[in-house]
Design a protein around this ligand. Structure first.
Ligand code: ATP
Length: 343
């Protein structure tokens, strides 16, 4: 597998800049998740890398070979890119083996059969070669799609919301399984998804995409704990945003003081402070808050609180100790906060 590098990729549809100067890289053997809301340009990016839609500008380089550049545009079949489309898109008239072997027509027949069997073993479908694809479950079909993409030994495999059609339990199972499989074979992979959990749990790095641009690119923990702005903070998970005042390395808020992460960028003392709900914890010595309501979620619950200054925030509370609406509680902030300019 190879390094993938995209530089300055641009693509317009009329007035819509679907890709507006996208830069990203996926080191060999790593899984990058491109995470963004519907319409942000994820599919356009994958189609550009796969060679299905040529970018208006920019370069795409895979393993040192330029796939797209000012005078270069390799056709899809010569790019060494494997694609797992949304909902599989298997060839319905072919068997499982026919699907997986589709990109292997240049191989001699025995070699092809051997590769197909090995790929089916790899995705946990050994022995199902002769099955029709309409005789498979949704999860099995997605595994066939993955085996088909990996069979020609591509330099990079692209996964386009590959689990979106599956039910929650199967989706969780396949995410873990596919991430482990891709790591085991050392695949370079790019996953596009609008699902924060999927991106955070599967990827080595996450690139957050908004309106055709990558607005943050980093390890999952960093993107979750240190979002670059309030939009990313809200998009990547539940966000607690509080008015605050910078005081040295602390920010003072209605929920109490909290150390500021990283160099604080804002110029003035007034800031917007951000933490996650799990950083709001009960403390008998802490700031007073009133419970507005709660959302139970198995092992814990999300409690809506109103602070003394009227600000509403969320706190993650263990299920065995959930307060009741109307109750008064005391809380403090733990860990570090991000400080954004107060607009
Ligand atoms: P989703 O998650 O809903 O699939 P996405 O992030 O993949 O969304 P894209 O499909 O890449 O987004 O679309 C990005 C933008 O470009 C959208 O505003 C879309 O309407 C527009 N767009 C995409 N393809 C075309 C096309 N062929 N013609 C016109 N506009 C297009």
């Amino acid at each position: 597998m190879s390094d993938l590098e995209v530089r300055g990729a641009a693509r317009r549809f009329g007035d819509v800049p679907a890709l507006d100067g996208v830069d990203l890289e996926v080191p060999s053997g790593r899984l990058l998740a491109v995470l963004g809301p519907s319409g942000c340009g994820k599919t356009t990016l994958l189609r550009a890398i796969a060679g299905i839609a040529r970018p208006d500008a920019g370069t795409i380089v895979l393993g040192g070979q330029t796939l797209d550049g000012p005078r270069v545009h390799l056709p899809p079949e010569r790019r060494g890119v494997g694609l797992v489309p949304q909902e599989g898109a298997l060839f319905p008239h072919l068997t499982v083996a026919g699907n997986v072997g589709f990109g292997l027509r240049r191989l001699a027949r025995p070699e092809r059969a051997e590769r197909v069997s090995a790929m089916l073993e790899l995705v946990g479908l050994g022995g199902l070669d002769a099955r029709g694809v309409d005789e498979l479950s949704g999860g099995q079909q997605q595994r066939v799609a993955l085996a088909r993409a990996l069979a020609p030994q591509p330099g990079v495999v692209l996964l386009d919301e590959p689990f979106s059609a599956l039910d929650a339990a199967l989706r969780a199972e396949l995410r873990a399984e596919v991430a482990a499989l891709l790591r085991r074979i050392g695949a370079t992979a790019l996953l596009v998804t609008h699902d924060q959990t999927e991106a955070l749990m599967m990827a080595d790095a996450v690139a957050v995409m908004r309106d055709g641009r990558i607005v943050q690119h980093g390890p999952p923990r960093e993107v979750y704990a240190r979002p670059v702005d309030p939009w990313v903070a809200r998009f990547v998970g539940e966000a607690v945003l509080l008015d605050g005042e910078l005081d040295g390395s602390l920010v003072r808020t209605a929920a109490g003081p909290v150390p500021v992460a990283a160099p604080a960028r804002p110029a003035g003392p007034r800031v917007l402070a951000f933490v996650r709900p799990e950083q709001v914890v009960p403390d008998p010595e802490g700031a007073a808050a009133r419970v507005l309501g709660l959302r139970y979620a198995g092992p814990d619950g999300l409690v809506r609180l109103e602070l003394g200054d009227g600000t509403a925030i969320s706190a993650r509370w263990p299920a065995h100790a959930l307060p009741t609406p109307g109750e008064s509680v005391r809380i403090r902030l733990v860990g570090e906060a991000m400080a954004y300019p107060a607009d």
